[in-house]
Design a protein around this ligand. Structure first.
Ligand SMILES: [Zn+2]
Length: 127
């Protein structure tokens, strides 16, 4: 996996400035931790990133991430992204997003399970 990360680093020199955050983002992108649930026929999607402290919801279009790093540091303007969003960006550009398709009828059950995973654990700072 080290070689793959090095190759990706060369491919995205503009992300080099993120340092340790880029390392985590590359780990997430190369380990299949960036997951997209795609619902049909509506076409709506739910994107999660499996992180060190549990799963996080992200919305790359807004952008938004449910992690505390995003809440405390990105929303306050101290940083411009968290490693989950960066990991998704890399995964999306390299075809590494783990996509699973569901029927719309499963949306409610999927969401409540995901919310349990994400918000059911005691939140700690990090990211
Ligand atoms: Zn995040």
């Amino acid at each position: 996996m080290v070689e793959e990360k090095d190759l990706l680093k060369k491919r995205f020199p503009e992300f080099e400035r993120y340092g340790a955050k880029l390392e985590r983002a590359l780990d997430a992108a190369t380990s299949g931790s960036v997951k997209e649930a795609r619902f049909f026929p509506s076409g709506r999607t739910v994107i999660t990133v499996v992180g060190r402290l549990g799963d996080e919801f992200i919305d790359p279009d807004r952008p938004y991430c449910s992690c505390s790093n995003f809440f405390f540091r990105v929303m306050s303007g101290k940083e411009d992204t968290c490693y989950h969003l960066l990991g998704h960006k890399i995964a999306a550009k390299t075809g590494k997003v783990d996509v699973t398709e569901f029927a719309d009828e499963e949306y409610g059950a999927y969401l409540s399970a995901a919310v349990r995973d994400i918000f059911g654990v005691l939140r700690r700072s990090g990211g």
